[in-house]
Design a protein around this ligand. Sequence first.
Ligand SMILES: Cc1cc2nc3c(=O)[nH]c(=O)nc-3n(C[C@H](O)[C@H](O)[C@H](O)COP(=O)(O)O)c2cc1C
Length: 208
Amino acid sequence: MKIVAINGSPRKKGNTAQLLEAVRREVEAAGVEFQVFQPGPGVRPCMACYHCLNHGTLRCVQDGDGVNEIIAACIEADGILLASPVYHAGIAGGMKCVIDRLMLAAGCGENRLRLKVGGALCTLRRSGGTETYHQLLAAMDAMEMILVTSDYWGVVHGADPGQVLEDAEGMEVAVRLGQNMAWMVKVLAASRETPPPARRRTMTNFIR
Ligand SMILES: Cc1cc2nc3c(=O)[nH]c(=O)nc-3n(C[C@H](O)[C@H](O)[C@H](O)COP(=O)(O)O)c2cc1C
C-alpha cells in the first residue's frame, strides 16, 4: 500500500516539504509507504494537445520534467496527497501544471485514478488558504476519488521555510490527515466489497 504526495512548491526544503515529512511519519507508522514527488520550477504546463486523451496513452507527450513519472506513480498508488503553497489565493503554478497533465492523462479517459484515496494540504503566509485547499480537492473530486479529510481544513501557516512547524494546530491537522488517509487506504485494501464497475462517462459541451 502506498500514498504518493505531490509537492507543488518550487522551493526545496520549504514549508510544504517540511509539512510532508511530518505526514510521512504518520503514514509510515501506519504501515503504508509514502513517496513524495517535487518536480520543482521546471515543470511545464499542459499544451492542450489532447494526445493523452485521444490515444489513451496514460502519459503526457512532454517528457523530461518529471510529470510522467508522477503520472505513473499515481496510477500505481492507493492514495494521492496534493500539497501546494498558496500563490495569490490559489495553487502555485507548478502544481497547476502537474494537476492539469495528471488529471487529463490518467483520469479523464480511462480513469485510472478512480476510487483512490485523495487528500489535500496547503501552506501559506496569511490568506487564501481555504480557496486553495478546495481547489486541490476539486481536482480529485471530479476524478471519482475517495476524498479524505482531517478535523479542520488542510491549511497550515508559515512564510519562511520551517515556519509551518510553529503552526501547532495546522501541523495537528496535517498529521491527522495522514492518519486518516493511511487508515482509509487500509480499509479499502481489506474490503471484500466489489466497487461499482468503471464506466465511460458521457461528455457534452452544452451545445451537442
Ligand atoms: C508568488 C507568491 C505568491 C504568494 N501568495 C500568497 C498568498 O496569496 N497568500 C499567502 O498567504 N501567502 C502567499 N505566499 C506565501 C507562500 O504561500 C508561503 O511562503 C508558503 O509557505 C510557501 O511554501 P513553500 O515554502 O513550500 O514554497 C506567496 C508566495 C509567493 C512566492
